[in-house]
Structures are given as structure tokens and as C-alpha cells.
Design a binder for this molecule. Structure first.
Ligand code: AHR
Length: 501
């Protein structure tokens, strides 16, 4: 049995837990929108074509802000194609995913869906094949109350009142060679600054996100952030991070410790932001928008990806439909722990993605919608992490990993709001349970403890169409609180959330 000793004092806070760190991401990709959230004719669809069973699951998941419409897709997108009478909208080639975009869903329909879900829109502009002019026109269309051609067009399209979109992404992954309109850091930094300045001439209160690297492994990582911010520091509010994790060659131990990589990624980007801030002697602080993160079996996708011919442009093909198991969910819980432990600088984050495409929610056309394993740590954390993130002092046994060396066997985060406390624990040990002792004497806890989590004797167990409920949340009945000391036994390869009311 491994052991971990944790100490928490409510006086030592990291920062407030912003709701926006529990964001999601919906891209026009595969069966995400069409045959995912939007399936006219499905028994649960309303007259608007949106599936109500999916809406209920999205609400249960507890996503705050939702990034839209991409992703790689946005770098070839004409927003004008998605507004106006649906019957008159053009079908277009989606070059990013070699599909046909029907444009049956665009800005108005997506905002309507968000209103049903209760989430905020975070809109990305196309800086791949388009530029500041089109970004400003979209902003005028979306946010200017009245009195201009674009505002009148919006009203004629059925929406008098502005959308009032606060958060905007200045393109997507512009560092990446696969991105339409990819450019170097100098060119993108100037373009981002120029676009941001123009958009602020319309509305100075926008919150703008510049593209950081599309991954920590990119050859330009670090230098990209420095150069982009050297140009755009005064004009933007966030720089983005993107990270996807997967198990390589059966190395589950390293995979479980993916949070170690996410911690290092975040801390490197903070260092780079603050370096630029120092050089500029700026009083302004820029935060991180971790606007794509998840488990994604990217190498499987790359192996399967085939070269489509000129006449192959499917509508809503099955793309990136990863099936997640218990180990994947434990990793995802660990990544949320990493985000919470950087709540002072990661003030916005988006799980990528939401439905069918590397998603916590799956659907079958004409059939059910269900929760993947990764749904559970996200929904529990989103609902339980409230108030302030607290520092957790971890003194634990270590476990060996090929990629990160020896790492603490337990990763932990804590939040407190008033007298309620929540703890999130990941046991990275492959075979041993860990006894965690948590010194909460400074918190003077008195209430009842509940402990829920995800683990299984078969870490490869998953939910799918044949058995949509094979894996779910489990109650851990080993938690005991006595004289301010909380003890709990964490099963091997597990993620657990404890709440003290
Ligand atoms: O989330 C899938 C893709 O991953 C997104 O379109 C892109 O931004 C990233 O490379």
C-alpha cells in the first residue's frame, strides 16, 4: 500500500476558480453538429432540430463557455455562409476535414442552442484565409446594437438584439503547418495585434485571445509565444495553450502522469508571458486560455487518416470518435487537477470537444445519447470546484514513469467556498491502493464527507452503444474524518472527489 500525506490551510489560496475554466468546444467537424447536437427527425429533437437528450447531458456536464466554430475548421470559414435563410445557404468544401459543410447551422442557430444549454459563446474569427476586415464585420454583425448595415442584416435575419459576445479567439493554431493560412510568429503577432486593435475600435471591452502554440512539442514552442506577445501584448488579454494526451505503446504509468506535462507547459507559458511583461515594463497581466485540452488518440487518427480524392466530400462523416476507457477518465481527472492548481493564471479553458468528436458525450443517429467515461470527472469537478483554489502540500510516495521519472503517487487539488471544501485526488499507482491522510485541522471541518470517483478492476472498461452504462461514478466508502484528519483509501488507477459540506 502506497501512502500520501496532504496538508491544506484555507489561508493559502491560489486564486478564485473561474467558471470559464470549465468550458467546452464545438467545432464543425465530423458528427459534432450534424447528426450530433443537431438531428432533425430524431425522436428527441425539437422543431429546431436540436436533440433535447443531448442538451440535457450537456447541462449535466456543466460546461460554461463554449468555443465555436473551430478549430482548424475556422481557418477556412466564411461566417456569412452561416446566416440568412437556411435554404439559401451555400454548401462549401471544408478543407480542414475534407468534408462538405452544409451551413444548416450557423451563428444564430448555435446561439439558440447555447441559450437552451445555458452556456456562453466564445467565438473564433478566421485569420487563416481572411483578416481584420472580415473579423470586424463579424463583430459589427454580432455586437453592434443598431444603425449599421451589418446590424440591420442581423435584425433582418431574425435577431434584433445583439449577441453581446465577450470573448473572441484571434484565429486558431496559426503556428501549425496543417493550419490554412499558417504563418510565422512575426507575421501572426502583427496580424493578431492589427486585428485586435481594429476590433477594439468597435468595442474596447472585448476579451481577446491570441494563438499560442498548438502544443508544447511544437518546434517553435516558447519562441512563438515570446514573439507573438512582443507584438500583441498590449492588445490581447489571453494567450492560448492546446494539449492532447494519449497512452503511447502501452505505457500507462507515464500516461497517468500527463498532469506533470500540463503543469510544466502552463508554467513555461507563464514564464514567457511574464518575460515579455518585464521587457515592456507593463503593469498589465496576461492570462492563459487553455482552449483545447483532452485525451486524444491522435496517432490512431494519423494512422487511419487517408487521402480523400477530389470527389469525396462527405457530410458529417464519423471522424475522431474516440472511445474512452476508465484509464482515460483518470487521466482527464488529473488534467483538471493541474488546471485547478493554476487557477491564478489559467482563467479560461475548454475541453476539446463536446459531442461525438473526442467527446464526453456520444450519440447514435436515431438512437441514444450516452456518457463516456471522461464525462464523470469533468461533471463532478465542474459542479464541486467552487470558491477559491487552495494550495495542497503533498508529501507522498513516488511511482516511476518512463517519461517523467519518479512522480508523486497522488496528484491533488482543493477548493473552498464558505464552509464547504472539495478535494480532487488521482492515484497514479498501477497496482497499489494509496492511503491518503489529509490534514484539514486548519479548515476545522465538521460536516459529512462524501467521496465519489472512477476506478475499475478493468481499466480498459468503456461505455458504448452496446452498453451505454458499463462505467459510472462509484461511491468510495473508506473516507473517515476525525479531529480534522481525513483518511481515504484510493484504489489503483483512480480519480476521486471528496466534498465536505
Ligand atoms: O480538436 C481537434 C483539432 O485539434 C482542432 O480542430 C485543432 O485546433 C487541433 O489541432
Amino acid at each position: 500500500m502506497a501512502r500520501a500525506h496532504l496538508t491544506i490551510d484555507p489561508a493559502f489560496t491560489i486564486g478564485p476558480v473561474r467558471r470559464r475554466i470549465f468550458g467546452g468546444f464545438v467545432e464543425h467537424l465530423g458528427r459534432h453538429i450534424y447528426d450530433g447536437i443537431h438531428e432533425p427527425g430524431h425522436p428527441s429533437a425539437g422543431p429546431d432540430g436540436f436533440r433535447r437528450d443531448v442538451i440535457e447531458l450537456v447541462k449535466e456536464l456543466g460546461v460554461s463557455t463554449i468555443r465555436y466554430p473551430g478549430g482548424n475548421f475556422v481557418s477556412g470559414y466564411n461566417w456569412e455562409d452561416g446566416v440568412g435563410p437556411v435554404a439559401e445557404r451555400p454548401q462549401r468544401l471544408d478543407l480542414a476535414w475534407h468534408s462538405t459543410e452544409t451551413n444548416r447551422v450557423g451563428l444564430h442557430e448555435f446561439q439558440h442552442w447555447l441559450d437552451l444549454v445555458g452556456s456562453e459563446l466564445m467565438l473564433a474569427v478566421n485569420l487563416g484565409t481572411r483578416g481584420p476586415k472580415e473579423a470586424v464585420e463579424l463583430l459589427e454583425y454580432a455586437n453592434v446594437p443598431a444603425g449599421t448595415a451589418r446590424a440591420a442584416q442581423r435584425a433582418a435575419n431574425g435577431r434584433e438584439e445583439p449577441f453581446g459576445i465577450a470573448m473572441w479567439c484571434l484565429g486558431n493554431e496559426m503556428d501549425a503547418p496543417w493550419q490554412l493560412g499558417h504563418r510565422d510568429a512575426e507575421d501572426y503577432g502583427k496580424l493578431a495585434a492589427m486585428t485586435a486593435k481594429a476590433m477594439r475600435q468597435v468595442d474596447r471591452d472585448l476579451e481577446l485571445v491570441a494563438c499560442g502554440s498548438s502544443g508544447r512539442g511544437m518546434p517553435t514552442f516558447g519562441e512563438w509565444e515570446r514573439v507573438v506577445l512582443t507584438h500583441a501584448y498590449d492588445d490581447v488579454d489571453y494567450i492560448s495553450c492546446h494539449a492532447y494526451y494519449q497512452e503511447h505503446d502501452g505505457d500507462l504509468a507515464s500516461f497517468l502522469a500527463s498532469g506533470v506535462d500540463m503543469d510544466a507547459y502552463i508554467e513555461s507559458v507563464i514564464a514567457t508571458i511574464d518575460h515579455v511583461r518585464a521587457v515592456k515594463r507593463s503593469p498589465k497581466r496576461i492570462d492563459i486560455s487553455f482552449d483545447e485540452w483532452n485525451v486524444w488518440y491522435l496517432t490512431r487518427w494519423e494512422e487511419q487518416a487517408r487521402h480523400f480524392t477530389i470527389d469525396e466530400w462527405p457530410v458529417a462523416p464519423r471522424l475522431l470518435e474516440d472511445r474512452y476507457n476508465v484509464a482515460d477518465a483518470v487521466v482527464l481527472g488529473g488534467l483538471l487537477i493541474s488546471l485547478l492548481n493554476h487557477a491564478d493564471r489559467v482563467t479560461s479553458a475548454n475541453l476539446a470537444q463536446l459531442v461525438n468528436v473526442i467527446a464526453p458525450i456520444m450519440t447514435e443517429p436515431g438512437g441514444p445519447a450516452w456518457r463516456q467515461t471522461t464525462f464523470f470527472p469533468f461533471s463532478v469537478t465542474s459542479h464541486a470546484a467552487r470558491g477559491d483554489a487552495l494550495r495542497v502540500a503533498v508529501d507522498a510516495d513516488t511511482t516511476n514513469t518512463a517519461t517523467y521519472g519518479a512522480v508523486p503517487v497522488v496528484a491533488a487539488a482543493a477548493t473552498a467556498e464558505g464552509s464547504s471544501l472539495s478535494l480532487f485526488l488521482q492515484n497514479r499507482h498501477l497496482t497499489e491502493a494509496t492511503t491518503a491522510t489529509i490534514d484539514l485541522r486548519a479548515c476545522q471541518p465538521t460536516g459529512a464527507v462524501t467521496a465519489r470517483g472512477i476506478w475499475d478492476t478493468d481499466v480498459r472498461a468503456a461505455n458504448d452503444l452496446r452498453d451505454t452504462q458499463r462505467v459510472g461514478l462509484r461511491i468510495n466508502d473508506t473516507a473517515r474524518l476525525s479531529d480534522g484528519l481525513l483518511t481515504v483509501e484510493l484504489p489503483p488507477v483512480s480519480w476521486t472527489a471528496l466534498t465536505i459540506a
